[in-house]
Design a protein around this ligand. Structure first.
Ligand SMILES: Nc1ncnc2c1ncn2[C@@H]1O[C@H](COP(=O)(O)OP(=O)(O)OP(=O)(O)O)[C@@H](O)[C@H]1O
Length: 342
């Protein structure tokens, strides 16, 4: 979908992008970096909206430097900041954008209705956009990026300014853009947790330089930690505490996670008798019920303690809203919470 080779962009006194070489395939790709890391600059160069200082970039096989217009015919773009005309209803605006992309009048109207429905704007689409909430404006911006049925969309901070519920809805929408329509997505964010949930692949940039580019599985590969959840019993009113203590006695490295989980370290190569079997047998001996026993995966945030070359790096996350600052629960803990809620 996208290939860059030594791509740089220098503004007076600032190198916004520094010899970036990266390839991005189909699917949903998260582009993460702190504020000022160069994410918006990269998108503008890819679309041919700004010239590179050096290096090349191909989008869908076309050269951004010379074929910007042809790229923009097949690529949707949701800019970070909006300049939606306040007196115009969403439906009129999106029809206009569809016409600008070359769709005939009837097709533009039809596609606009479909796209606005898809992003969840119904009756409100006839109201002037000046009265819209931030979430509604973000949906209009997404709709105009999708209306001409692109092969790829570039979304610049699509969750900016949204509350946690709005952010969840937008992330679900982004995922559906790919699963329902087969459109590939490159979405930026400075929040790692968001990208962890929607992306197949994550590219991390820092100070205009590539930090990592990996499939999400590579970021969240299995650890040697086993998360275990057990029932309580009359004899053991806190099953987790009893299991923890019994495993310590058995010589197993173990800790509590602060909740219902017991985290057991299984040394590599000891998954068998000294690993899982010990845990299972200890639970049986205590007469507890085993709810779940699963290998923990690393969370993206844990990966950013080192650069690809092994040197330490600042985690590229600087959540702005207090709600966003709260770490997302580990997948295992979240599943437990979901099940308890059910
Ligand atoms: N037109 C410009 N003129 C001068 N400097 C610029 C210009 N555009 C961007 N920069 C600088 O280039 C660097 C990268 O900016 P960019 O907007 O690409 O970062 P970003 O990762 O998208 O961050 P944010 O999320 O804050 O938009 C920043 O230091 C920024 O100040």
């Amino acid at each position: 979908m996208i290939v860059t080779e030594g791509l740089s962009k220098r503004y007076p006194g600032v190198t916004a992008l520094d010899r970036l070489t990266v390839s991005i395939g189909p699917g949903v790709t998260g582009l993460v970096g702190a504020n000022g890391a160069g994410k918006s600059t990269l998108i503008k160069l890819l679309l041919g909206l700004a010239p590179a200082s050096e290096g090349t970039s191909l989008v869908l096989g076309k050269d951004s430097a010379t074929e910007g217009a042809a790229i923009r015919e097949q690529v949707g773009y949701m800019p970070e900041h909006d300049c939606l005309p306040p007196d115009v209803p969403a439906t009129e605006f999106v029809v206009h954008m569809a016409r600008m992309s070359g769709l005939p009048r009837a097709a533009a109207r039809e596609r606009t209705a479909d796209t606005l429905r898809h992003v969840g704007l119904y009756e409100e689409r006839y109201r002037p956009m000046g009265g819209y909430s931030t979430g509604m404006k973000q949906r209009v911006k997404l709709a105009q990026a999708l209306v001409h049925d692109p092969r790829l969309v570039l979304l610049d901070e699509p969750t900016n300014g949204l509350d946690p519920a709005g952010r969840d809805e937008m992330l679900a929408l982004i995922r559906r853009v790919h699963t329902d329509f087969g459109i590939s997505v490159l979405t930026t964010s400075h929040l790692l947790g968001e990208l962890e949930r929607v992306s197949d692949h994550v590219v991390v940039i820092d100070g205009g330089k590539l930090l990592r580019s990996e499939p999400i599985g590579g970021f969240t590969s299995s650890t040697t930690t086993l998360a275990v959840e057990v029932t309580d019993s009359d004899l053991h009113p806190s099953g987790a505490t009893s299991l923890h203590d019994a495993l310590v006695t058995a010589g197993v490295t173990v800790r509590r996670d602060g909740g219902q989980l017991v985290m057991v370290e299984i040394p590599p190569g000891e998954a068998g008798e000294r690993g899982y079997d010990t845990v299972r047998d200890t639970i049986t001996d205590l007469g507890l019920g085993l709810i779940r026993m699963e290998q923990r995966r690393r969370r993206i945030a844990e990966v950013f303690s080192t650069r690809a070359d092994g040197s330490p790096a600042e985690p590229p996350t600087a959540p702005t809203a207090p709600a966003a600052a709260a770490p997302a629960p580990a997948p295992a803990a979240q599943e437990g919470a979901d099940r308890r809620a059910e």
